[in-house]
Design a protein around this ligand. Structure first.
Ligand code: AMP
Ligand code: MG
Length: 334
């Protein structure tokens, strides 16, 4: 997962309206941030009972820690790392959360003609993007070799169990697990009776309800153009994720090599810029933002659906910025 870089700045622009009661929690907001998932996670809940809000926030962080413990490839003791080490050729039972995320990853892979591919891990490693050090432009033969184990068709899922159909396969959930963690935090808040909240983990966020006196949460999207004009979107009961080529990259001979890889080539996606997706769950928005940055504007348009909205900000050869978005994305900006 990403490191401590504030890749997608999503500022909170809510005005704080007062609670009926006076004293602690008067503002109506309880907000806490923690370094988790290789980024900063911020949980904001609306509620006048400060003790209940703090308890809910702590449950939300607990849910995020549980996802990290299960799905991080940076922890050797995570369920995912153990699965990768075991590389099971026979069906092996996995936890319900891991099965759910792998199934959703397969669904997004099918939806995007394979542009989203969690089996890319050996290639992500080769370029140095897993540990964000020792970046290199690998020998084409090494890429070809690593690519022989890549393909979601080699990842077989059945009745709560998984099997790797190719020796040497390895899974990386860096493009989806953060979104899943945000979803789990929202579920934890709901279980605690919270109806209005925002959970944000780097470039991935999800909101429920709205701030006091408002109909929607107002969030700003990171501006890779650095023009100072950040796009604002208004959300209620939605998730939003932004992926960008500026998050984790290296440059060589004037060319940028970013951590979002094209599964068709085993090389960094060639599109410059960022992609923001709004969807019902953060798992979905996270994976789709990564995939649409690989596919680019034309393919993104051809996939247009009511299930999600996208906004692609791309930089062409002349360095001019261009915005390509689904019709329905514009509705979120009003
Ligand atoms: P995100 O920041 O959500 O766009 O996710 C990027 C991360 O997902 C990378 O750091 C890799 O770990 C992983 N990744 C890179 N390319 C892909 C891809 N095409 N499909 C799925 N995961 C990817
Ligand atoms: Mg993603």
């Amino acid at each position: 997962m990403r490191g401590l870089n504030f890749v997608c700045f999503l500022g909170l622009l809510v005005s704080q309206s007062g609670c009926q009661t006076s004293g602690v929690g008067e503002s109506g907001f309880t907000q806490r941030s923690q370094p988790l998932l290789g980024t900063y996670v911020t949980v904001t809940v609306v509620g006048c009972d400060r003790i209940a809000s703090l308890a809910a926030v702590s449950e939300a962080f607990e849910a995020i820690r549980a996802v990290d413990a299960r799905m991080s490839i940076h922890r050797t003791d995570s369920e995912l790392s153990k699965l990768n080490a075991a590389s099971p050729t026979n069906y092996t039972p996995i936890s319900a959360p891991l099965f759910q995320v792998l199934s959703e990853a397969q669904r997004i892979s099918r939806l995007t003609d394979g542009a989203f591919d969690v089996t890319l891990r050996p290639v992500v490693d080769l370029w140095g993007f897993v540990w964000k050090r020792g970046y290199k432009n690998p020998d084409p033969l090494m890429i070809e070799d690593a690519m022989s184990t890549v393909g979601t068709r080699f990842l077989e899922l059945e009745s709560g169990a998984v099997r790797f159909a190719k020796a040497g396969m390895s899974i990386d959930l860096g493009g989806i697990a953060k979104g899943y963690a945000v979803d789990q935090a929202i579920e934890a808040l709901r279980r605690s009776g919270i109806q209005n909240a925002m959970v944000k983990a780097g470039g991935d966020l999800r909101v429920i309800g709205a701030p006091p006196g408002k109909e929607k949460w107002e969030v700003q999207i990171e501006d890779p153009t650095k023009s100072g004009e950040r796009q604002v979107v208004y959300l209620r009961d939605k998730a939003l994720s932004t992926s960008g080529d500026y998050e984790n990259f290296f440059e060589q001979a004037g060319r940028r090599y970013s951590h979002i890889l094209d599964p068709r080539t085993g090389r960094p996606a060639t599109l410059r810029g960022s992609c923001t997706v709004i969807a019902a769950t953060c798992q979905e928005s996270d994976a789709l933002a990564t995939a649409l940055l690989v596919l680019g504007p034309d393919r993104a348009h051809s996939m247009e659906s009511t299930a999600f909205q996208f906004n692609l900000l791309t930089q062409g050869k002349t360095n001019r910025w261009r915005v390509v978005r689904s019709e329905s994305f514009s509705a979120a900006t009003d």
